[in-house]
Design a protein around this ligand. Structure first.
Ligand SMILES: Nc1ncnc2c1ncn2[C@@H]1O[C@H](COP(=O)(O)OP(=O)(O)O)[C@@H](O)[C@H]1O
Ligand SMILES: [Mg+2]
Length: 235
């Protein structure tokens, strides 16, 4: 058996809230292999974003272990997490999170600055991924000169730019109309078809149907974890 790219055992995450402790994740075991396409579903407040933030090395668990691509990410310092995040993770958010006064090209190239590439390497690669997401003619546009769907494409290009091991997307279509949502999902399908590991959070069944495996969280535990027998594919 191939070694999983994500190997989580017994993860919990508590948050202190005043004098109380809120137990959000209550013991998660999860293995995800390279090249999988996973949808994470569940009611609002069930812990989806908390789990995604742990998977994306934006946070560390209260207890349990997280082996990401062979490295133990559950015990890392903030600096180590930042480094592994920049190398291994491409994160796409519901609200795009682009720098507002910065062109599409420079937004996409930014993670390469931290990774130590020079300007011509950055521009070449950023141009390549922006072309891949269909924005070859929008590279010099700033976010407010782009539609919601185009902004999310820029965010997807930024997530891809450092050749990450995993693409994580937390409700990537949550701020988009249904037609644009389908276009963005077709883009994720294509990214998956190119060999990437894709994990996305959604509460919409028709979005989740694109994935090949559907995991449902409820109240901080995994309620179900099933193969999707007939993923939507419009390629
Ligand atoms: N930093 C935090 N401090 C306290 N409670 C939090 C924090 N982050 C999340 N929570 C709580 O954890 C629960 C799950 O949140 P979240 O993971 O965002 O759920 P989902 O993404 O499934 O809607 C919620 O009840 C939320 O209020
Ligand atoms: Mg959430």
């Amino acid at each position: 058996m191939a070694k999983p790219i994500i190997d989580i055992k017994g993860i919990t995450r508590d948050f202190p809230l005043g004098s109380e402790v809120v137990k959000v994740l209550k013991g998660i075991d999860l293995k995800i292999n390279k090249g999988e396409y996973v949808a994470l579903m569940g009611p609002s407040g069930s812990g989806k974003s908390t789990l995604m933030n742990l998977l994306g090395c934006l946070d560390t668990p209260t207890s349990g272990s997280y082996i990401l691509n062979g490295k133990d990410a559950s015990q890392m310092s903030d600096d180590e997490l930042a480094e592994i995040r920049n190398k291994e993770i491409g994160f796409v958010f519901q609200t795009f999170n682009l720098l507002p006064r910065t062109t599409a090209l420079d937004n996409v190239a930014l993670p390469m600055v931290y990774a130590g590439y020079n300007k011509s390497e950055r521009n070449e690669r950023a141009t390549e991924v922006l072309t891949q997401v269909g924005l070859a003619d929008r590279m010099d546009h700033k976010p407010n000169q782009l539609s919601g769907g185009q902004r999310q494409r820029v965010a997807v290009a930024r997530a891809l730019v450092n050749h990450p091991s995993i693409i994580l997307a937390d409700e990537p279509t949550g701020n988009l109309d249904s037609k644009t949502s389908v276009e963005i999902m077709n883009l994720f399908d294509e990214i998956h078809a190119n060999g990437n590991t894709v994990i996305l959070v959604t509460h919409e069944e028709d979005i989740a149907e694109h994935a090949h495996r559907i995991i449902r969280l409820r109240d901080g535990i995994i309620e179900s974890d099933n193969v999707n027998p007939k993923p939507v594919q419009q390629l």
